[in-house]
Design a protein around this ligand. Structure first.
Ligand code: BG6
Length: 501
């Protein structure tokens, strides 16, 4: 069991957290866009012990100076001006080494062992490469004698394409590393507001007693993206929005909303509760598949006032593709806490804006005493905004002010905007938090093997159902909130998607 995050009081930057980071795929998009900026921030904020070293590994021929230059340019592009200071940049770049390596061939891995030789620090192996070669890299590292009993491995999603392929990949990693040293990333778990869900739910008795089917009527989770496919057509077309976003990010959010209180903050206590939710998710069978799930694919439309192509007209597209770029669904967690409470999920590309939010709709008062014409006024809602601005709002009903208003009701928010409430603290990127937890050896923000597999099991039955029905995705114009059927799906229950963006 990893140490509890509750015991994280030790000063950050503590030497115990020093690591040797071996980053496979160091010239890739994720490394340049997210990982190096995140590592730089950790260093700049004094959270990276002085002796920490970073080895970038990739297939291309570069010497260390060239590699540092590439990382430096990526940082200049990503960091805000006031985040770049010469001293921090120089210190960070000086930590970097580079090794050209063919990841799938054993030859050359001896150089990793040599890089590690004599180091007192644990090695963290970060696999920012396709999951198909996770097994090769793990085996080569082991065979070259580069690993020891303290080495941790970090892997990115997607872990597989379905349950069978994810089991294969997990087996290959598991042949080399025990589960306690495998860190599976779902970067949504690194987002500040997502962690705040744990605090909100389990530190506030106010919500603790209300968090069930007696008080909550339904839950909405929306993860909308403005972008389209962004040059990833090949990858995306094999995956689709269900595998790319629902199997991981949306189900993780759903688990954090729906799980029972863990007995403590240990990684396994939290993950045990999440697994129970995944196991309790109702499968889509028979009629429910047509009624409660909507798949969509975007057509040409407008985004930010600009004309943008449809999914089938994107560069590299196969014009026959039936892959979904949007999914909306109504599901249920079939247990005592949530029986009868619909969870409406939706996620899509080319939506009008980037918006991730969870809305918890509370039930109406059991007995109503105000003007009958206001009866339809919404009950309390808790709105948890992940992006763009992270924050939490509780919508309450108050009396409308003014002598002429009588006892008229008006909904208004009690608002906690993280940027305003904590103006001094920069909201860190998800990868900063996750990399920091890996450095500390804390697993509570990482996904355990059984979570990944239960999530696949649930998605697989849905995909099998789709395949059997052969229904093409419904079209929606880029820049809209998805197919009309996704709106009808919720309105037929007498509800609507929360729209106060
Ligand atoms: C990734 C998906 O996991 O998450 C992408 O593969 C998606 O398709 C991205 O764009 C969204 O992440 P965020 O943090 O921008 O919401």
């Amino acid at each position: 069991m990893s140490p509890s995050p509750a015991s994280q009081g030790a000063p950050l930057g503590d030497l115990q957290n020093a690591i040797d980071l071996a980053l496979f795929g160091a010239l890739g998009d994720l490394a340049m866009r997210k990982l190096f900026p995140a590592l730089y921030h950790l260093d700049r904020e004094g959270l990276m012990p002085e002796s920490t070293r970073i080895l970038g590994l990739a297939r291309h021929e570069h010497d260390v100076a060239e590699f540092r230059q590439l990382v430096n340019s990526a940082l200049q592009k990503r960091l805000k001006k006031d985040e770049q200071d010469k001293e921090s940049l120089t210190r960070f770049l000086n930590r970097l080494d580079y090794l050209k390596l063919d990841f799938t061939s054993f030859e050359g891995f001896d150089a990793v062992r040599q890089w590690r030789e004599g180091s007192p620090r644990p090695m963290v192996v970060y696999l920012s490469v396709g999951a198909k070669i996770y097994g090769d890299i793990c085996r080569n590292l082991q065979a070259s004698g580069s690993l020891d009993d303290a080495t941790r491995v970090v892997v990115e999603k997607p872990i597989g394409f379905d349950l069978a392929s994810s089991e294969e990949i997990n087996d290959a990693i598991g042949d080399v590393f025990p589960e306690s040293r495998i860190y599976r990333i779902d970067h949504y778990l690194g987002k500040e507001t997502v962690q705040n869900l744990i605090a909100l739910r389990f530190a506030n008795p106010l919500f603790g007693t209300q968090w069930n089917q007696n008080h909550i009527s339904h839950v909405e989770i929306t993860v909308a993206e403005k972008v389209g496919i962004e040059g990833r057509w090949g990858y995306f077309d094999e995956a689709g929005q269900l595998r790319d976003m629902v199997q991981n990010h949306l189900l993780q959010l759903l688990c954090l909303i729906a799980m029972d209180p863990p007995s403590n903050l240990d990684a396994d206590a939290i993950r045990d509760e999440k697994v129970k939710v995944l196991k309790a998710l109702k499968p889509f069978t028979g009629e429910a598949l047509g009624r409660d799930v909507v798949r969509g694919q975007y057509m040409a439309g407008t985004s930010d006032g600009q004309q943008v192509p449809g999914y089938l007209e994107e560069e590299g597209a196969n014009t026959e593709s039936q892959t979904e770029t949007f999914v909306a669904m109504k599901t249920e967690v079939a247990n005592w806490r949530w029986a009868g409470v619909p969870f409406y999920l939706r996620t899509g590309k080319r939506m009008p804006e980037k918006l991730s939010q969870i809305v918890i709709h509370f039930r109406q008062q059991p007995h109503y005493i105000f003007d009958p014409d206001q009866r339809g006024i919404a009950a309390n809602k808790l709105i948890i905004r992940l992006q763009p601005e992270e924050g939490i709002a509780l919508q309450v009903l108050t009396k409308d002010s003014g002598l002429d208003k009588g006892m008229r009701l008006r909904p208004g928010p009690l608002h906690l905007d993280f940027n305003n409430a904590f103006p001094k603290s920069r909201i860190p990127d998800a990868y900063e938090r996750l990399l920091l937890e890996v450095m500390k050896g804390q697993q509570y923000l990482f996904v355990r093997r059984d979570e990944v597999e239960h999530a696949w099991r649930w998605c697989d039955q849905l995909i099998d159902g789709w395949n059997a029905r052969e229904t093409p995705p419904r079209r929606y114009p880029a820049g809209s909130w998805g197919p009309v059927a996704s709106i009808a799906m919720i309105t037929q229950d007498g509800r609507s998607w929360y729209e106060d963006y």
